[in-house]
Design a binder for this molecule. Structure first.
Ligand code: NCD
Length: 334
């Protein structure tokens, strides 16, 4: 894939070469993300960071990633505080914001909305999540995390076993990650969800057509002996009613006792976050926090590296980052 000036809307745009290129660029971002060095390569550039749906880490990490490359961030959060609430079209908003920005990151509750927005934009648009459809930057950071975590165990993505758990119907992160994993070989997928929240058939077909092995179940017990367990939150905001969502709260909880009983001794636990820590949900218990195989915070940290890489590639500065390097004068507590 050629990145310069391109929108990033779907994982379907990537192949193994483009992924290797993104991951190589992400590795080079580490000293800047860790603040051992600074770079001003994007000095003067502006990111339009438009989040029309709740977000903490995706929104802030897009902003941090741009700042860490020396650029500035302009942000809107929420639908009600934007002109979309006055009936403005996505196309018009895109025309306007794209003349104020060099690149735009956008999240919106409707499937296909970011593509529609991109049609009106004169600068690259990066999809930060469009409804239950896709979340390509999350899938890249998930894949980057899987590769790193497995490498630490001497394993590879080809031939791994991944169990995806929870709301596989509305969870866009598992949709995008599953599609991205179709670029690899011989993966065992165990899809664990209530029947009503099963992985969409289109995604199951894509996995099957890639030659992977699939087990579909509504039972957690006995199905967690995987290399990666990817837990998810019930996507309450996408259900037709709160009552409907409540039926599934707390159905698939993972805690240390369950981990000890059903997982392998080195099963890596991932979650796109936020984990729902309310007592009646609690899909990933705090008692796992000391488990060294809990990768969720490393996973979130990797989001900054991946988003820095995507900005550097999209704005064609990946090979100029060191040229614009400078010292970090302040005290770093980490
Ligand atoms: C996910 C999302 O927004 O799809 N969060 C994220 O971006 N890290 C998952 C979720 O909200 O449950």
């Amino acid at each position: 894939m050629h990145f310069t000036g391109e929108h990033i809307l779907s994982v379907k745009q990537f192949n193994r070469d483009s992924i290797a290129h993104i991951f190589h660029t992400a590795n080079q971002m580490e000293p800047y993300a860790l603040r051992t060095k600074r770079t001003n390569v994007l000095d003067g550039a502006i990111l339009g960071n438009l989040f029309f749906e709740p977000s903490t880490r995706t929104r802030v990490s897009f902003g941090c990633a741009f700042n860490l490359l020396g650029g500035e961030v302009r942000e809107t959060t929420g639908m009600q505080s934007s002109a979309l609430a006055k009936g403005e079209s996505l196309y018009d908003t895109a025309r306007i914001i794209s003349s104020y920005s060099d690149v735009i990151a956008m999240r919106h509750p409707q499937s296909g909305s970011v593509q529609e927005f991109a049609n009106g934009s004169r600068v690259p648009v990066i999809n930060g999540g469009d409804g239950a459809n896709e979340h390509p930057t999350q899938a890249l950071l998930d894949l980057y995390t899987i590769e790193k975590e497995l490498a630490a165990h001497g394993q590879h993505i080809n031939g791994m076993h991944i169990a995806m758990v929870g709301d596989l119907k509305y969870g866009r992160t598992v949709h995008s990650l599953s599609k991205l994993l179709c670029l690899y070989k011989n993966i065992r997928f165990t899809l664990i969800s209530p029947n009503e929240l099963a992985m969409p058939q289109e995604v199951v077909d894509t996995i099957a057509n890639a030659g992977h092995h699939i087990t579909i179940t509504d039972q957690l017990a006995g199905h967690l002996e995987a290399d990666i367990v990817y837990q998810t939150r019930i996507q309450e905001e996408r259900f037709p009613s709160q009552d409907e969502a409540n039926k599934y709260r707390g159905k698939f909880r993972l805690n240390q006792a369950i981990y000890t009983q059903y997982c392998k001794s080195n099963t890596v636990i991932m979650h796109p976050l936020p984990r729902d820590s309310r007592s009646d949900a609690n899909e990933l218990d705090n008692d796992l926090n000391l488990n060294p195989n809990l990768a969720i915070f490393r996973q979130a940290d990797n989001g900054v590296l991946i988003r820095m890489a995507l900005f550097a590639l999209t704005l064609d500065v990946a090979d100029k980052v060191t040229q614009y390097e400078c010292e970090v004068p302040w005290h770093r507590s980490r």
